[in-house]
Design a protein around this ligand. Structure first.
Ligand SMILES: Nc1nc2c(c(=O)[nH]1)N[C@H]1C(S)=C(S)[C@@H](COP(=O)(O)OP(=O)(O)OC[C@H]3O[C@@H](n4cnc5c(=O)[nH]c(N)nc54)[C@H](O)[C@@H]3O)O[C@H]1N2
Ligand SMILES: Nc1nc2c(c(=O)[nH]1)N[C@H]1C(S)=C(S)[C@@H](COP(=O)(O)OP(=O)(O)OC[C@H]3O[C@@H](n4cnc5c(=O)[nH]c(N)nc54)[C@H](O)[C@@H]3O)O[C@H]1N2
Ligand code: SF4
Ligand SMILES: [Mo]
Length: 707
């Protein structure tokens, strides 16, 4: 098979006897366009080809994306329901598994009330499935306790956007516009490893002279070509942004007309950053004064700038404040709502944007409606065919659900599309919570560290075995296509929820024949809400290369650029942040003298349950490690490859030392894609942001010992 380049660009070719199914990668929020090659005779998957005509990713893919197809027909796929008896899983029929689940859910709800059963969802699922998770919990099971893995991912970005703009849409501009940007300020984003195909836009802009500023405790790959690398101490982002804002004001870079017309709080902001001189900022953040000044001049002088941030900034106990302060930098320059300018978050999971808008969150209903708003409850109840009084009240956030499992409030769980035994903070607490449950169900296509705790494991289909939509990092709703029939007896997540709801006596609320029917209901459920998808249809998505929400009607063009005229707050203005320095939940002490931060590598995805099964990726990165500066290592006489014991107030583990000069000498970085004794979340701090309830994955105090 080959590709060839014509005058119009690269063409995809396929072999005789194969068809190409057009879809998107299952992993990150870039949602790279791809074709999957399918053998026509057998229906089996033969490989993948990037999609050159997809406007966001233009034929680029990363090592995870080009091998993702290998997980679909992987021999480890769970093909039949599994029931645990005497500590061992045994294959069972669907009928047996469903009866067993319904019996137990009903018994527990009879004895302890409806809320004793909880639901934990995930946003690797399509919009159709994510929408149904909310309805399944609230109507199918009648419980208030539902939350999802996006709480650990996008919740602080959401909180910061809502506070500032009055709406939470990941980027204020479409990705292809980035080519025309003059300056990028990237904070807490390892984009070259985590959103690899985004870098083509930075390169294109850089070729035309754009400047790049990167704020990260590590000199991540993208920082190596930056004009300024702001190597801040983890947990000091709001102070860095305040220092930049101080300089923007002092050096005369504020667009006063824009601020006057479109923003609130300028005087309070100004007063709050008055003392944030470069010297003060340097003292808090550890960044050299000259670098701060250089960055402010570059940013302040750029006619079109974009501020982008990611989990480095957001996964902190002041994630919301950090986000608001970084957005404020963009607002002071008058950038938001203008061409090739503005700000955004790098959405994490494939459907991290869409999956957070339609009711998986403890306090949200479809269309980003609030469960505390009686009008919203009335509307969604009418779409669902229930009485408003029947709608459960808001529950608690993801990590707080584990506390409720400990104290016996939650006695049964259905976890789907998430592996919190690896990915939740303070896993020792999480593992004990799962052990305490009376009954636990997991839907996954692979056995996972979480599924091992379950009483029943249900075989879900993979991303390539059903139709649907996701919403990418831009807010563009796109089509995921069925590539092959369900493997073994696996069923789509929506069908699994529908079948359980039926057994719970709620079948009439779940009448769907396919994902499209769910989409049609969900359009109506979102109608009139802040995340309005009513005007999006599957046909339009195909015709228009995706549709950007908000899109309230079929003749509405969608909203690629947000806030051209007004923001979504009642007065139409944006709320600038007001600086109020506070420390992270843990700071280094004599006993725990260093900082631990965690994150990702290019070769693995999240809990690793998918990528740890791909040989090529495992060859590149088989194990986690402790990345540290040679100066820090020298204090403990540690060398490359030595074993180091990391100890925090919550746990300890041993890891190989990896020395590099690209990290601060007070910080240790560990990737989190492995489970059990290799899970760095044994160490992380579950200290939560007061607004977003995001745990502080990015900062805690750690002690090192030579093992
Ligand atoms: N290869 C790969 N790609 C992925 C994923 C994956 O697992 N693997 N996951 C996807 C998902 S769900 C997500 S959420 C995204 C995450 O994408 P990113 O947020 O880019 O990834 P992280 O590695 O979590 O963190 C980014 C950076 O934050 C830095 N950092 C740590 N502490 C601080 C701090 O206090 N301040 C600042 N400014 N920076 C800090 C770290 O050094 C790290 O380089 O990636 C998506 N893409
Ligand atoms: N220390 C530390 N911890 C972190 C982070 C960090 O930076 N540092 N980042 C956090 C972030 S940003 C995130 S997003 C979370 C993610 O953490 P998780 O939610 O645990 O992420 P995944 O590994 O994607 O887990 C998804 C599980 O569902 C399965 N799965 C995938 N697709 C589907 C599907 O369509 N249906 C079903 N039923 N199953 C499916 C996979 O096999 C896998 O077992 O981790 C968080 N944890
Ligand atoms: S950049 Fe993200 S969406 Fe694209 S191939 Fe890699 S993991 Fe998949
Ligand atoms: Mo994420």
């Amino acid at each position: 098979m080959s590709q060839f380049i014509t005058k119009e660009g690269v063409k995809n070719l396929h072999k005789p006897g194969e068809k190409l199914v057009t879809t998107h990668c299952c992993y990150c929020g870039m949602q790279c366009g791809m074709h999957i090659r399918v053998e026509e005779k057998t229906g089996r998957i033969a490989g993948v080809e990037p999609r050159y005509d997809w406007p966001v990713t233009k034929g680029k893919m990363c090592p995870k994306g080009v091998t993702a197809y290998q997980t679909i027909e992987h021999p480890d796929r769970i093909l039949k329901p599994l029931i645990k008896r005497n500590g061992q899983f045994h294959e069972a029929s669907w009928d047996e598994a469903l009866s067993y689940i319904a019996e137990n859910f009903q018994r527990i709800q009879r004895d302890y009330g409806k809320d004793a059963v909880g639901v934990f969802g995930g946003v690797s699922m399509t919009n159709e499935k994510c929408y149904l998770v909310g309805k399944y919990a609230r109507v199918g099971l009648g419980t208030r306790y539902i939350d999802y893995n996006g709480r650990f991912c996008m919740s602080s970005a959401a909180g910061g956007m809502l506070k500032t703009f009055g709406i939470d849409r990941g980027m204020t501009l479409p990705v292809p516009d980035l080519e025309h940007t003059d300056c990028f300020f990237l904070a807490g984003s390892n984009s070259a490893e985590c959103h690899p195909t985004s870098t083509q836009w930075f390169w294109k802009a850089k070729d035309k002279g754009a400047k790049l500023i990167v704020a990260d405790p590590r000199e991540v790959p993208i920082a190596r070509v930056a004009d300024v690398h702001l190597d801040l101490k983890p947990g000091t982002d709001s102070a860095l942004a305040a220092g930049m804002i101080h300089l923007l004001i002092r050096e005369g870079y504020v667009d006063y007309k824009y601020v006057e017309e479109r923003c609130n709080n300028f005087e309070e902001l100004k007063a709050s950053v008055e003392y944030c001189t470069p010297e003060y900022t340097s003292m808090i953040t550890g960044i050299a004064v000259e670098k701060l000044i250089k960055a402010a001049h570059i940013f302040g002088q750029s006619p079109r700038s974009v501020v982008m941030f990611a989990r480095g900034v957001e996964q902190q106990s002041k994630g919301v404040e950090n986000v608001q302060m970084y957005i404020t930098m963009s607002l002071l320059r008058g950038m938001v709502g203008k061409f090739a300018s503005g700000c955004g978050t790098f959405t994490g999971q494939g459907n991290g944007q869409g999956g957070r808008e339609h009711g998986q969150k403890a306090d949200l209903l479809p269309g980003y409606r609030k469960l505390t708003d009686p009008e919203a409850v009335k509307y969604v109840s009418s779409v669902w065919g229930i009485q408003p009084e029947e709608m459960p009240k808001p529950g608690v956030s993801a990590y707080e659900m584990f506390d409720l499992m400990h104290n016996g409030t939650i006695r049964a769980m259905h976890v789907m599309c998430s592996n919190p035994a690896v990915s939740a903070p303070n896993t020792n607490h999480v593992w004990k919570a799962f052990e305490k449950l009376d009954f636990m169900v997991v839907s996954d296509f692979f056995m996972s560290e979480t599924a091992e705790f379950a009483d029943v494991v249900l075989p879900a289909t993979s991303w390539a075995e059903d139709d649907g939509t996701t919403t990418n990092l831009e807010g563009r709703v796109i089509r995921i296509r069925k590539v092959r029939d369900s493997l073994g007896e696996s069923k789509s997540d929506w069908e699994i929820m529908q079948l359980i709801a039926e057994r719970m006596g709620k079948g009439k609320f779940f009448p769907y024949k396919d994902a499209h029917e769910i989409f049609e209901e969900f359009r109506v459920a979102s109608k009139g809400g802040p995340a309005d998808y009513y005007g999006v249809t599957w046909e339009r998505i195909d015709k228009e290369d995706g549709v950007f929400w908000p899109c309230p009607s079929e003749d509405h063009p969608g909203s690629p650029t947000m806030f051209k005229e007004r923001f979504n707050n009642p007065d139409g203005k944006a709320n600038l942040g007001i600086f109020n320095w506070r420390e992270p939940g843990e700071v280094p002490t004599a006993e725990y003298p260093h900082i631990l931060t965690t994150g990702r590598v290019v070769f693995h995805y999240l809990s690793g349950n998918q990528t740890r099964r791909v040989d090529f990726l495992m060859e590149q990165c088989p194990l986690p490690y402790a990345e540290m500066h040679p100066e820090l290592a020298a204090q403990y006489n540690l060398h490359n490859g030595d074993k180091v014991k990391l100890v925090t107030r919550r746990g300890h583990m041993e890891l190989d030392v990896r020395l590099t000069k690209t990290i601060r000498n007070d910080t240790v970085f560990v990737p989190y894609h492995w489970g059990k004794e290799l899970a760095v979340n044994q160490l992380t701090n579950p200290c939560l942001d007061p607004i977003s309830r995001m745990p502080e994955f990015k900062v805690c105090a750690v002690k090192l010992e030579k093992a």
